[in-house]
Structure formats: structure tokens, C-alpha cells
Write a protein that binds this ligand. Structure first.
Ligand code: FAD
Length: 420
């Protein structure tokens, strides 16, 4: 069956999407994909430039109205199962939708599958007891509240997360939490944080010392010190990274997720599919930047009758970007398929590979698109400066490039007898 309504007015992009959906789409995706694409084209893309100049809290009000429309499209919570009001897609299908939604800075948020909530929803689905589900999971699934994930600390290397100073000490029916975190994305306006804290300092394995605990943000002792400015952008609401102090924060012991000392085990559950989500969102961004680059190459004359796109070096940017984006997509879909069929443990090498490969493709494609735009590329008159600023972190969060490369190389070399 041929896909319907896949054009966004750009013949090349239409063909790309056609190829992809022809190769990998299921009937379910063929039905959902064009509806979501049409919605983005009509309700989101035309307003992005304006929204990016507005305070996020104002944009959030507009997006809340858009979210109601999304619910009526039966496309709400596309990453979650049907019994949780979602689309019931498998990881391969989710990945392909993730790319489509990633083509807009507002795509994931409008469909309620934005980070960090999507990952937190998965954790609560797997480990939340009935009370937690009622109080935190259901409002998240309905999009009534937001959440955040609080693990990284300013004073210790986040790339070695077992280094953790935040503690949660059991006191009767409560945990008392003390610590200092930062880069808690979307803490501003979140109803609760999932906090990683040391509960079992005596455990032999450092991977069994920390736990995940839900902390409502209105608990006394929870202090959002500031939104951390990122490359000149102060950040606000969902679109922010918070510095948080936890001072004698007392929460019920029932707010523990999973077993005590099981925090890193839970984090692994969250990270495998989460990396597929991030990588496919980045590929969506790459396609957007690629499209802008091609349009500029076609429309900008550098001499009378000579388009920028006639210059070989610009053609090289375009050809290399095309090849790299397509390679990254296939690698991510392969990793998604392996997780889907064999579980994330079996796909550990593929997950590391896509994390650094796709983040670097994103970095290169956005940079080339900025270059082709000249001075315009560094202004806020296109989406490119937003991507350049906001997505530099892709090579750092969820494991910096270097840790994933080291992990992959160790796995490979182990087969050649090289000790870790
Ligand atoms: C945009 C963004 C959003 C984030 N969101 C969240 C969030 O919601 N919640 C949360 O808890 N945290 C979040 N983080 C924090 C993120 O997880 C950490 O920044 C990351 O784990 C790296 O830790 P670090 O910043 O302390 O860097 P460090 O650990 O100090 O590492 C610094 C650099 O050292 C190098 N390096 C590290 N290890 C090695 C190695 N083994 N070999 C060679 N080089 C190495 C890498 O280049 C790395 O970038 C976010 C970060 C960013 C940028």
C-alpha cells in the first residue's frame, strides 16, 4: 500500500520518507504516520520560529491546546502501550515516529513523548506500585504534569555515575535525602523528580549502592537553585536544566522505585530504548537541517546566475550529509530491531555505537547547514542556531562519546583476548 500525504512540498524529502516507510513501515505505522505528519505541517511548523522567541511558559499554554487536538487524532502517547492510552507500537515503529516528531523542536512535547517524561513513564510503568501509578503515572500519561530525572552532580564526574555524594537515609517510614544535583532537565515546573541517591553505601558493588526515589518538588528542602544558562539561553519550564539542592528532604519510603540499591539496574532499563528515542530525534533534526541547507544552496546566488549549490565544496557538504544521515538511520533502526528481538543486553554494543555515531552526524550536519547559511546561520532567524546551541549536549548526555567508544572497543577487543 502506498503511503499517503507524505509530502512537505520538498520532492527530495518526500522521496526519502517514501523510501523509509516503504522499507520498514507496518500497517499500523502507515495509518498513524501520515496523520502525525499532516498535523505537524499544519499546526506546528508554521509557528516554530515565533515560539522559539517566546518564553517557554507562554508556548506551553499554546501547546497544551494543541495536545488536546493530538488526543483526538488517536496519536497521543505514541511511545506507550494501548492499555496506557498509547498507540501500542513496537520499538521499530516508535523509532520511525521519533524521527518524524524530531523534525520539530516541539514535536515530542506536543505528542507527550518528550524527554525526560517518556523515560520516567517507562520507569513508573515497570516499577511503580498502585499508589505511585495513581499519583504520578496517570497524570503524566494524561499530560497533566511534568517530571524530571535528577542524577548528575556538579562536584563529581557524571560519566562515572557510581561517583555519587547524594544520600537517602532510611528513617522509620521515610527516606531523608541530602545532596546537590545539576542538569536536572525540565525541573522548572515539574511536579516530581526521580532522584538517584546512595541508600546502600556498604554494598560491595558500587552499582548496588544507589536507588531511585520519587521526590515531589513541593517537598520541604527541595530547592531549585536556578535554571542553568546554556550558551546564552537562560532556559525556562520544560526547556531548561535545573540546579537542585536537596536538604533534609523527607519522603515516604514507598516512593522508592524497584529494590533498594537497584538504581543502576533501573537506569539501564531506561537508557536502552531511551537512546533509540534520542538518536531518532537527532536524525529528525538532521533531516530538518539538511533540508534548510539544500534550500539555501539552491536559492543563494554567489555570483549572477551561480547558485551556491553549484559549488563543489557545498555539494560535498550535501552528499556527505546525505550519506551520513542515511547510515545513521539504518544503524539506529538495526539497534532498535535487535533490542526488540533480543533485548537490550544483547544489543549493548549497537546501543553504544549509535549513541556516539548519531550524535556526531547531528553535530556535523547542523554545523554544515550553519556554514552554508553564512552569517544567517548564526542568527536566530532560522532554526539552526537553536539546534546548534541545544543539541551540542547530545555528545555529552546519556554517556559522552568517549565512554561509548571505549565501551565498544573493549567489547570488540575482548574477543581478541585484550583485557578490559
Ligand atoms: C543537555 C544536557 C541535558 C542533561 N540532562 C540531564 C538530566 O536530565 N538528568 C541528569 O541527571 N543529568 C543530565 N545531564 C548530565 C549528563 O548526564 C552529564 O553531563 C554526563 O553524564 C557527563 O557528566 P559530566 O558533565 O560530569 O562530565 P565528566 O564526567 O566530568 O566528563 C567530562 C568529559 O570527560 C571526557 N570523559 C569522560 N569519561 C571519559 C573516559 N572514560 N575516557 C575518555 N574521556 C572521558 C568526556 O569528553 C566528557 O565529556 C544532562 C547534560 C546535558 C549536557
Amino acid at each position: 500500500m502506498a503511503p499517503r500525504n507524505l509530502s512537505d512540498g520538498n520532492p527530495f524529502f518526500q522521496k526519502q520518507m517514501y523510501n523509509m516507510i516503504e522499507l520498514f513501515a507496518t500497517e499500523r505505522l502507515r495509518s498513524l504516520y501520515p496523520r502525525i505528519k499532516a498535523f505537524l505541517e499544519e499546526e506546528i511548523y508554521p509557528f516554530e520560529a515565533e515560539w522559539l522567541q517566546m518564553p517557554f511558559k507562554e508556548v506551553e499554554k499554546i501547546l497544551r491546546a494543541k495536545r488536546e487536538k493530538v488526543k483526538s487524532l488517536r496519536a497521543w502517547n505514541p511511545y506507550h502501550g494501548e492499555s496506557h492510552g498509547g498507540a501500542g507500537l513496537n520499538l521499530m515503529e516508535v523509532a520511525q515516529l521519533g524521527e518524524l516528531l524530531g523534525r520539530s523542536p516541539f514535536g515530542h512535547f506536543t505528542f507527550n513523548c518528550q524527554a525526560p517524561d517518556a523515560g520516567n513513564i517507562e520507569l513508573l510503568l515497570l516499577y511503580g506500585n498502585e499508589e505511585i501509578r495513581q499519583r504520578y503515572l496517570h497524570p503524566l500519561l494524561e499530560g497533566e504534569i511534568r517530571s524530571c530525572f535528577s542524577m548528575t552532580e556538579p562536584g563529581l564526574a557524571g560519566s562515572n555515575p557510581v561517583l555519587m555524594a547524594t544520600t537517602a537515609v532510611r528513617d522509620g517510614e521515610h527516606y531523608v535525602i541530602n545532596g546537590h544535583k545539576w542538569f536536572t532537565t525540565a525541573a522548572d515546573g515539574a511536579a516530581f523528580a526521580i532522584v538517584m541517591a546512595v541508600t546502600n553505601p556498604e554494598a560491595e558493588s558500587p552499582y548496588k549502592r544507589a536507588s531511585m526515589i520519587i521526590v515531589p518538588t513541593d517537598t520541604p528542602g527541595f530547592e531549585r537553585v536556578r535554571n542553568i544558562p546554556v550558551m546564552g539561553h537562560p532556559g525556562e519550564g520544560w526547556h531548561s536544566h535545573g540546579e537542585i539542592r536537596y536538604t533534609d528532604v523527607r519522603v515516604p519510603a514507598g516512593n522508592l522505585l524497584g529494590p533498594e540499591g537497584g538504581g543502576f539496574m533501573l537506569a539501564q532499563e531506561r537508557l536502552g530504548p531511551g537512546r533509540i528515542h534520542h538518536c531518532m530525534r537527532w536524525i529528525g533534526i538532521c533531516e530538518r537541517a539538511f533540508d534548510l541547507m539544500c534550500r539555501r544552496a539552491a536559492s543563494r546566488e554567489i555570483a549572477p546566475g551561480r547558485a551556491l549549490g553549484q559549488m563543489q565544496m557545498v555539494q560535498s557538504f550535501i552528499a556527505e550529509s546525505r550519506a551520513e544521515i542515511d547510515a545513521a538511520r539504518l544503524m539506529v533502526l538495526h539497534a532498535a530491531l535487535k533490542i526488540q528481538e533480543q533485548g537490550q543486553h544483547a544489543a549493548a554494543a549497537e546501543i553504544s555505537t549509535i549513541k556516539f555515531f548519531a550524535a556526531n552526524v547531528l553535530h556535523k550536519v547542523v554545523d554544515r547547514a550553519v556554514q552554508v547559511h553564512g552569517a544567517l546561520g548564526v542568527t536566530d532567524d532560522t532554526l539552526l542556531s537553536y539546534y546548534y546551541r541545544e543539541e551540542r549536549g547530545a555528545r555529552i548526555y546519556d554517556g559522552p562519546d568517549e565512554t561509548h567508544k571505549a565501551s565498544l572497543a573493549r567489547k570488540i577487543l575482548k574477543q581478541y583476548g585484550v583485557k578490559a
